[in-house]
Ligand binder design. Structure first.
Ligand code: ATR
Length: 303
């Protein structure tokens, strides 16, 4: 039995154990994937050491708020960690040292490509300037986006990123129009809010939310009402980064899309539900099970 775990805050709510259990099932690997919650950075470091002291420990996923701490703890950093210094995957090397990887960036790019989002040469706008953004900026730039503007509630945090990466910055209330890809990386959804932006800027853009599930709903509704060309939450990115981590630990790359569809298939119709936008009955389906985001197939709006 191989052992893996996700470690961070609120990990009991994480979808990772379900995803990795399904990956292991399809790969025929016996895996015990658990979750560990730690109160602070000292507790985090101690829990990581204790975990890897076990002979059967294969690896850990690290989530908020410890991705920077994980980078500091790793003995070696894989090239995927880059300038962001955010590690979401820890693996034990044969000589016992701990390697830090970042699979978030590649997971995001894979999902954006899968969704047909504009990437090469595209004008990208990122809302938010926290740890999640640091983990994906290198990958977005490597994917060939034309320009990146980072808009944040606290302008100073966006300015810190502009010291590391070649990006524009602006205040949330002062976003220039014309972005083709807009990524919501704010934590506003955790308070059931969308970021305070002029909805006009979302019109015609593909809107992607790094969060997933019910937290992504406020931005989804804003994007849909503003006439965005498309919307997706980060459930696809979650599966793809998980598949990359799985491959690092077990040497097998699972089919992330097949598992996403098994666990969170789109298009489940809600019998008898009417659309409050266009009035159609029986036209509502759940965009992702348990996201609380619904699509009306009659008027193609998220409701
Ligand atoms: P994460 O690791 O998920 O990125 P974080 O580092 O705490 O978490 O960053 C959260 C981001 O969401 C920040 O950009 C934060 O803006 P501030 O830098 O101004 O704090 C942003 N954020 C949180 N709540 C928000 C809200 N209600 N509206 C807009 N932005 C918000």
């Amino acid at each position: 039995m191989r052992r893996c775990s996700v470690i961070g805050a609120h990990t009991s709510l994480s979808y990772s154990p379900r995803i990795h259990a399904e990956f292991a099932h399809t790969a025929g690997i016996e895996l015990d994937y658990g979750y560990i919650e730690t109160p602070d950075e000292d507790g985090f470091a101690a829990a990581v050491r204790e975990f890897f002291a076990h002979e059967d420990a294969a690896g850990m996923n690290v989530t908020v708020p410890y991705k920077s701490a994980a980078a500091a703890l790793a003995d070696v950093l894989h090239i995927s960690v880059g300038r962001g210094a955010a590690v979401n995957t820890l693996a034990r090397l044969e000589d016992g040292r701990l390697a830090g990887h970042n699979t978030d960036g590649a997971g995001l790019i894979q999902d954006l490509k899968h969704l047909g989002c504009p990437l090469t040469g595209a004008r990208a706008l990122i809302l938010g300037a926290g740890g999640a953004v640091r983990g994906v900026l290198d990958a977005l730039i490597a994917a060939g986006v034309g320009s990146i503007c980072i808009a944040n509630r606290t302008p100073g945090r966006a300015a810190e990123l502009a010291e590391i990466w070649d990006v524009e910055t602006c205040a949330l209330g002062d976003v220039p129009p014309g972005a083709e890809l807009i990524i919501n990386a704010t934590a506003a959804g955790q308070s059931a809010e969308a970021p305070q932006i002029d909805p006009e800027i979302l019109s015609g853009a593909f809107c992607y939310d790094l969060s997933y599930g019910i937290i992504a709903r406020p931005f989804a509704l804003l994007a849909s009402a503003a006439g965005a060309s498309g919307w997706a939450d980060g459930i696809g990115m979650l599966h793809r980064q998980a598949a990359l981590s799985f491959e690092i630990w077990h040497g097998v790359r699972p089919d992330a899309e097949a598992v996403r569809q098994t666990l969170f298939g789109r298009g489940r119709f809600i019998a008898g539900a009417g659309c409050r936008e266009c009035g159609s009955v029986d036209s509502i389906c759940e965009a992702y099970s348990d996201s609380g985001v619904y699509r009306c197939v009659a008027c193609d709006r998220l409701v």
